[in-house]
Design a protein. Structure first.
Length: 120
């Protein structure tokens, strides 16, 4: 935890490699100071078929799934940080956005938690 899932137009990957994008978002998450680096997960879902605003216009949307416990200001700062980093990587791309979803700690379970007998 957390999970950063990037949906994007496949053409976006013609300008930057997946590795560069993944690394940039990972480093942004680390620099936010909100997460343990070893727990950060980042992945990309490129789409060959899509519409953005009713047109085939390249886009990036980052969904950050984090456990509850951060303030509204911290979540907004995280969204601003990742959008700023993506905008730096893609200065000509106008459709870049992000949002943060909170997952309740009470119903989140990972394999490590099961193996270590952790409960909420």
């Amino acid at each position: 935890m957390p999970h950063f899932v990037i949906d994007c137009a496949q053409e976006v990957l013609e300008n930057q490699s997946e590795e560069v994008i993944l690394s940039t978002i990972h480093q942004a998450a680390v620099s936010s100071g909100l997460f343990n680096e070893a727990a950060i997960k980042v992945r990309i879902n490129p789409y060959a078929t899509y519409l953005a605003g009713g047109k085939r216009e390249p886009f990036i949307h980052l969904f950050a799934h984090i456990l509850t416990g951060r303030t509204q200001e911290q979540k907004a700062a995280l969204s601003r940080l990742v959008v700023a980093e993506l905008s730096r990587l893609f200065p000509d791309l106008s459709k870049i956005a992000a949002n943060v979803y909170e997952m309740d700690k009470g119903d989140y379970v990972s394999r490590q938690m099961l193996e270590h007998g952790e409960s909420h």
